[in-house]
Design a binder for this molecule. Structure first.
Ligand SMILES: [Zn+2]
Length: 404
């Protein structure tokens, strides 16, 4: 088995851990952020550019690749690593989250989930066995169990039924795997109910997975609620295995979850926001289209070492964005991903030097100054989720379902 997780250091005063994860395609360091490459590409960037900015592991979406170009085709062409020219650690989700979030005609049964393609209306069924089969054909280093993302809000009874289904599916995923060079992660569900989350952790732990994810979060609940569930769930997970918080989040969300002992994250925020002209800086957001940047010759963030900040001014980036030039998306994505990956590097450094708590406090202090930065715009540091979507049956595809 190629997969192995090493904990290099545990923070004395918090739950944070510094680690190293060995996979069939090399090593990644934790806490880690995985850029989202929905269609087998992190939008607007080449693998070389990703690697240059320090990406060690990326994520791709099973649902999209299954529908187009098809997992069997990717297998015939040598697997996803070769197909997309990324030779390093790669994770695929199970496809379940996208089935639920991108389709209105979804039927869930004990057997699996039936749905119609969002592309052409064709009918499909994904069972736990099928989810593993597809992910084995794609060949990522870490694959995920099929789970049901518990809707929010859900009653205790609904969340319990949903969690039981996830447990049943998880066991079937474990039993159907054939490849031994891939790690399989179980996903903890249970809605916002600590007793259900605890039961789910115990049952999954008994099945024996290579790592554990927390799912069903960042689906419309308040940030406080999300962090409370994380803080009560993460400590129950096996100490010596990686913990992955799916679909989270803003830089501060990530920092707070690291304090609770989470090792892995993924989110579309840095890439999607880049394409919408929203740039992350230490002082908060920067909305590049704002008139105040029309004559601004400074980089997005003075001192940032990314390619974009080394060569281009806010004024030029604003011009590219308003002119709808392709380069705007590329340059903005370079900066935002650099920001996230650099942020994770600083977290790891702070854990190594036993000053994580102080470092997080400094982040808060800097983030607070954003209020004067761009008044009236959505606040990416404060909310990873549009409030108007709260409570809908289908969680908005913040996690990784970006279509455009
Ligand atoms: Zn930059």
């Amino acid at each position: 088995m190629a997969f192995h997780f090493e904990i290099l250091k545990k923070d004395e005063t918090t739950g944070a851990r510094l680690g190293r994860c060995h996979t069939a395609h090399g090593v990644f360091h934790t806490p880690a952020f995985m850029a989202v490459g929905t269609q087998g590409t992190v939008k607007a960037l080449t693998p070389e550019e990703l690697r240059e900015m320090g990406a060690e592991i990326i994520l791709s979406n099973t649902y999209h690749l299954y529908l187009r170009p098809g997992h069997e085709r990717i297998r015939r062409l040598g697997g996803l690593h070769r197909f997309m020219h990324w030779e390093y650690p790669l994770l695929t989700d199970s496809g379940g989250f996208q089935v639920f979030s991108l389709n209105s005609l979804v039927k869930i049964s004990e057997e699996g989930v039936q749905f119609q393609s969002h592309l052409d209306g064709s009918r499909h069924e994904i069972t736990p066995e099928k989810a593993v089969e597809i992910q084995e054909a794609l060949g990522a280093d870490i694959i995920m169990c099929l789970d049901e993302c518990t809707p929010y809000p859900a009653s205790h009874e609904e969340a319990e039924r949903s969690m039981e289904l996830t447990l049943n599916w998880s066991e079937r995923c474990r039993d159907s795997r054939r490849r031994e060079d891939q790690a399989l992660f179980g996903i903890v569900q249970g809605g916002m109910y600590p007793d259900l989350r605890k039961r789910c952790v115990e049952a999954l732990g008994g099945m024996g997975f290579d790592g554990y994810a927390m799912g069903g979060l960042s689906v419309g609940e308040s940030k406080e609620r999300m962090l409370e569930v994380v803080s009560r769930t993460a400590p129950l997970l096996p100490l010596d295995q990686p913990r992955y918080l799916m679909g989270v989040g803003t830089p501060l969300d990530i920092a707070r979850a690291v304090l609770q002992g989470v090792d892995m994250f993924d989110c579309v925020l840095p890439t999607r926001n880049a394409r919408n002209g929203m740039l992350f800086t230490k002082g908060g957001r920067l909305v590049i289209k704002n008139a105040r940047y029309a004559d601004d010759d400074s980089p997005i963030e003075p001192g940032c070492s990314c390619y974009t900040c080394r060569h281009y001014s806010r004024a030029y980036l604003r011009h590219l964005y308003l002119a709808e030039e392709i380069l705007a998306m590329r340059l903005n994505t370079v900066h935002n991903l650099h920001f996230y990956l650099n942020f994770m590097g600083e977290i790891r450094q702070a854990i190594a030097e036993e000053r994580l708590k102080d470092w997080v406090k400094t982040c808060y202090a800097q983030g607070a100054s954003e209020e004067e930065n761009d008044p009236g715009e959505p606040d990416p540091w404060g909310s990873s989720f549009p409030q108007k979507l709260a409570g809908k049956r289908n969680p908005a595809p913040v996690r990784a379902a970006s279509m455009k």
